[in-house]
Design a protein around this ligand. Structure first.
Ligand code: MG
Length: 373
């Protein structure tokens, strides 16, 4: 038996209130649920990962409740007694017992990296190959509200020097009205800030071919995932038709997805999320396929809390190919701080913390306050 052997696995669901309600195409949230997964080794060192989806199961079918069940009933028994540095072996064992459920597996995989790195007294990025950068630019996500509200929020962020790039969620309204709304925002922010849109897979091929060129004309600089994740051929057709880059998100969860997107030239940019892809290592595998195809990557978010954001930040800082910035704004959307020392956002970027593991420490009293009864 080793000091690195996993002795205990604990989970807790937190509901963290947001600074403002966050709207997606068909749903919204006023608090973000987070699942914390903590592994404790025989040597007494713990590592934590976060299971998180954007507001509910609409994106990928998982929720904090399904993750908690999968981890407690099916993954915990195979973790106990194994070493935290046996990550490839544990991933294989998890895949043998549970199909898909990549968000749940990501929470465990990040906790393994955190615990192993803390045992070695090194940061998680060291386990990922070392640093390519020490900070990453952060785009702010604007919701589906009216143009006036969205412009006011963007202006506030610009005035405060917090962000110079914005992503708008689309798909909540009819395309004509939605395009008119985004056109107004893009024209207002033209020359001052970059504007990107995320349609979250809500349009079909014809709607996309009809309306996306107008967004390009209005100055929108990038279009994220207009069509459903499975419709990679549609995405390829749209990408060929548009003068601006198309970014894949829902269509990109596994390294095989990345290969398929590359073969069809279906996207010019890949949105990476540690969460949707089952953890740090599978996400890194995606970036290696992207690099071989000359496709840059962007650090996407599932609106992680500080643990999940720190994990994605370590990865984004370790991967040379993440040259399209990030949207790692999750903690900024949360009204309450969960860390003893907050993550540092400055100059439009998120800066890598120092310290072993993920380099962040949870504040136990804050965690207790938001833990679901
Ligand atoms: Mg997206």
């Amino acid at each position: 038996m080793s000091e690195l052997t996993i002795d205990r696995v604990q989970t807790a669901i937190l509901d963290v209130p947001l600074v403002r309600p966050h709207r997606f195409a068909r749903t919204g949230m006023e608090a973000q649920p987070l699942l914390l997964v903590t592994l404790t080794t025989r040597g007494g060192v713990s590592g934590t990962g976060e299971g998180v989806v954007p507001g509910g199961p609409w994106w990928g079918g998982e929720s904090v409740e399904t993750m908690q069940l999968i981890i407690e009933k099916y993954l915990t028994p195979l973790l106990i007694g194994r070493r935290v540095d046996d990550i490839a072996g544990i991933q294989q064992a998890m895949n043998d017992v549970v199909n898909n459920n990549l968000y749940a597996k990501a929470a465990v995989e990040v906790a393994l990296h955190d615990a192993w790195a803390r045992n070695l007294c090194v940061p998680v990025h060291t386990l990922l190959g070392g640093l390519a950068r020490t900070s990453i630019p952060v785009t702010w996500a604007l919701g589906t509200e009216s143009a006036a509200e969205v412009i006011a929020e963007a202006q506030g962020k610009l005035d405060a020097g917090l962000h110079t790039s914005f992503k708008l969620k689309m798909g909540a309204q009819e395309p004509a009205a939605d395009v008119a709304r985004v056109t107004e925002v893009a024209q207002k922010l033209s020359g001052v800030a970059g504007v990107r849109v995320d349609i979250n897979a809500r349009w079909d091929l014809l709607t996309s071919l009809q309306w996306l060129p107008r967004l390009a004309e209005a100055g929108v600089e990038l279009v994220e995932q207009p069509v459903p994740g499975n419709e990679v051929e549609w995405l390829a057709e749209i990408n060929a038709a548009l003068p601006i880059p198309v970014m894949a998100d829902e269509s990109l969860r596994t390294p095989s997805d990345a290969l398929r997107l590359v073969k069809l030239r279906a996207a010019d940019v890949f949105s990476l999320k540690t969460t949707k892809s089952g953890g740090l290592r599978y996400t890194r595998a995606i970036t290696e396929i992207a690099a071989a195809a000359g496709i840059p990557c962007h650090g996407g978010t599932s609106i992680e809390g500080p643990i999940g954001t720190a994990a994605s930040l370590h990865l984004a800082c370790a991967l040379p190919g993440v040259t399209w910035g990030s949207e790692l704004f999750g903690p900024l959307l949360m009204r309450e701080e969960l860390l003893t020392e907050p993550l540092r956002y400055a100059d439009g970027a998120l800066h890598l913390p120092d310290g072993p593991g993920l380099g962040v420490e949870l504040d136990p009293s804050a965690v207790a306050r938001f833990t679901r009864a």
